[in-house]
Design a binder for this molecule. Structure first.
Ligand code: IMP
Ligand code: MG
Length: 176
């Protein structure tokens, strides 16, 4: 294990079981939606690995769209007030599944969902792998949540600190 990782919080086996469960729940709910109409919008870069695994549990015809959002400046474990968003995907008339890695302050998902709603999709649902047990995060509408975790800074499985640790297969807590 990398020296900077204090402990593993969620091991790879538990992650993959959860991702399969999320995929099954989403598939069940989207079963009645016609073809050509579903867009999965993945928020980069944190959802990189999550979305790659999740989409392979979604057997329906589905368009994959990537967009970027960044809420950290340099070496920080606190997100800043106003996330910077990249180009928005065209989701007009589509059923949107918005996928991100983690709900922390909730600002990123709230902002993106609002911007996408303005593009007149048929519907929007959100899915995150992790949600911190914070009032701010719990109050954000999110239809699919993998794990509720304590308010700690986590890395691995796509989540980074200063660009590092995304490649770790487990989710861990970095040393204080
Ligand atoms: P929010 O806007 O505060 O909810 O933060 C959301 C974004 O910040 C997520 O998409 C993550 O990319 C990042 N983030 C929040 N908490 C963590 C963490 O514990 N580890 C790594 N990235 C995080
Ligand atoms: Mg992110």
């Amino acid at each position: 294990m990398i020296r900077d990782i204090d402990r593993i919080l969620i091991a790879r086996g538990a992650i993959s079981d959860k991702v399969r469960d999320l995929g099954e729940a989403i598939t069940k709910n989207l079963e009645d939606v016609g073809e050509h109409e579903i867009a999965l919008v993945a928020v980069m870069t944190g959802s990189l690995i999550f979305v790659a695994d999740l989409m392979r549990h979604l057997p329906m015809k589905i368009q994959i769209q990537l967009m970027t959002a960044s809420s950290y400046i340099g070496k920080s474990t606190k997100s800043n007030n106003d996330p910077m968003l990249g180009k928005l995907p065209n989701v007009k008339g589509m059923h949107v599944l918005l996928v991100d890695d983690i709900l922390d302050s909730g600002r990123t998902l709230t902002r993106i969902r609002g911007e996408l709603e303005a593009l007149q999709p048929k519907s929007i649902q959100s899915c995150v792998l992790l949600r911190k047990k914070l009032e701010s995060a719990m109050n954000v509408p999110c239809e699919y949540v993998g794990f509720d975790i304590e308010d700690e800074f986590v890395v691995g499985y796509g989540l980074d600190y200063d660009g590092y640790y995304r490649n770790l297969p487990d989710i861990g807590v970095i040393c204080p």
